[in-house]
Design a protein around this ligand. Sequence first.
Ligand code: NAD
Length: 312
Amino acid sequence: MARKKIGLIGAGNIGGELANLLAQKQLGDVVLFDIPAKENFAKGKALDLEQASALSGSDCRISGTANWADLAGADVLIITAGIPRKPGQSRDDLVGTNLPIIRDVADNAKKHCPDAFVIVISNPLDAMVYEYKRRVGAPREKVVGMAGVLDSARFSLFLARETGASIKDIRTMVLGGHGDDMVPVLSYCTISGIPITQLLGKDVLDGIVKRTRGGGGEIVGLMGTSAYYAPAISAVAMAEAYLLDQKRVLPCAAYLEGEYGYKDLYMGVPVVIGAGGVEKIVSIELNAEEKAMLAKSADSVQKVVDIVKAKS
Ligand SMILES: NC(=O)c1ccc[n+]([C@@H]2O[C@H](COP(=O)([O-])OP(=O)(O)OC[C@H]3O[C@@H](n4cnc5c(N)ncnc54)[C@H](O)[C@@H]3O)[C@@H](O)[C@H]2O)c1
């Protein structure tokens, strides 16, 4: 059986780490795509990573290109094209710059690799994945946004550090939009099945929720640009679930058609990812406070989507 082909649209910080992880896991051959001005950069990154395979033992090929024809037949596309945040910026501040970029990517992807399972990472995430799906006209099974896996990973880390528990035993779920009012759903967070609310007091949990919501901004403040290691491994978990038909339940931005009371909107909800792409949106019960937080988050996402629609 031929190796799968994985296209990475954007060969920047996240794109490079994605290529590294995908090759080390031997999930498929990787094509690192960037704009013509960065073609040599993409080629150089690909060559550096291929040379690493002499030590990692990966047989996967990694190439760099600025030619969409090289993406033909891709099984998976992971999109990071666009600019990241700088200190003081919100994700929503990126909409003006990243909207024409996601449109350009969508038009080319539709032409060159219409059958790929697509994971969008570019910010503002929920609006960018919405616009990608709308522009390509792809079914919702094939287009998903990465945010909840990352936000949940951040939440898990802070809980592990607070409790001293192993990160392996922590299960968290962060739903809603990928913004400052994302919804860490405490009623579904456990340490080996023990509800976190039985282990930590309200004040401590409130502090951890606040740090999780600002988790991306904390890193932008420290580094001057967005995080990339944790975002990359989060998207790889989603790609792996698709490529290996794992049927994993992961919090992802999915296109809602009435689930949770929302329609024609992308937002973070628990989904099953397997060979069929987004095979199912799992509806879980939320308490009144969680529902109210989700409504607030959905409202924020809708405002950015409205900006996108107005620029049609
Ligand atoms: N969803 C999330 O959880 C999450 C987390 C972190 C970062 N992000 C977002 O991911 C995006 C990428 O972040 P990064 O740190 O890799 O940025 P980066 O600047 O390092 O890389 C982005 C790359 O996209 C390329 N690009 C621009 N226009 C393009 C086009 N039309 N076609 C192809 N490539 C194009 C740029 O040349 C650049 O190399 C940003 O928008 C950032 O905000 C999202």
